[in-house]
Design a protein around this ligand. Structure first.
Ligand code: HPA
Length: 244
């Protein structure tokens, strides 16, 4: 797997296993990305890394400059993007600390800059988004999980919520009726923007908590952090299989 960038999400924004040898500050026509792009070695391969929420986790999901992040990565020669994302589990088997590679998206976000083609002189662009994720990278992730003996669910529909608050129980029931299996706040417009500039993009979703109303009691940050830590060690085994 060459020309790979990893975009890390909540709890997954310090890829400590990456041996960083350079940090690249890139300005784009869309403004600044969430931070300098780290270039380093991961399991013997050169990989780029960008923390979606910034190095000090300061950008809320609706404030992330998704366009600048993807543009900067493409400027640096990236062709493949692995998005690591914390999500809430809706479907029964999407329990905390489970990993999945979603296959579909339903977008509930609003007010986010969601295309590179919005200036008056630009040609309006209608990308095909029937299958929002890059199937080639999805299959590589699943094969890597299998060879690393990590359980990773193939498929599922990612519901992209606006945040930054978590959902109400009724909102999650609606998302479930719509067909969502997991819920996160950053999957869109990231996936669509990647498609617009021909980047192969897939998500490794790590279930951080039961979505609102699906578990017992309140959702706490402590529980989320514990589950993400457990999930992240599995992610690192998958990356080792993917890269070596
Ligand atoms: N909802 C939305 N986004 C999330 C959640 C959730 O329950 N958990 C982690 N990211």
């Amino acid at each position: 797997m060459d020309n790979l960038a990893i975009i890390g999400g909540t709890g997954l924004d310090a890829l400590g296993i990456l041996d960083v040898h350079k940090r690249e500050v890139v300005e784009t026509p869309y403004g600044s990305p969430s931070g300098a792009v780290a270039r380093g070695t991961l399991f013997g391969k050169e990989v780029l890394f960008l923390p979606r929420h910034g190095y000090s986790h300061s950008f809320a999901p609706h404030k992330i400059n998704y366009r600048a992040n993807l543009w900067a990565l493409r400027e640096l020669g990236v062709e493949n993007i692995l998005a690591i994302a914390a999500v809430g589990g809706i479907r029964n088997d999407m329990s905390p600390a489970t990993l999945s590679v979603p296959k579909q998206i339903i977008d509930y976000t609003w007010g986010r800059a969601s295309t590179f083609h919005e200036n008056e002189n630009d040609q309006v662009l209608h990308i095909d988004f029937t299958n929002p994720y890059c199937e080639d990278l999805r299959q590589k992730l699943l094969a890597s999980a299998s060879s690393a003996n990590v359980n990773m669910i193939d498929g599922g529909t990612y519901g992209a919520a606006q945040g930054p608050r978590l959902e109400t129980a009724a909102e999650i029931l609606r998302m479930e009726r719509d067909g969502c299996d997991i819920v996160g706040m950053t999957g869109m417009p990231e996936a669509a923007l990647a498609r617009e500039i021909n980047l192969c993009y897939a998500t490794c979703a790590v279930v951080a908590n039961w979505a609102a109303g699906k578990g017992q009691g309140e959702i706490t940050m402590e529980d989320i952090e514990t589950n993400l830590k457990a999930g992240l060690s599995d992610v690192s085994r998958i990356l080792e299989a993917l890269l070596s």
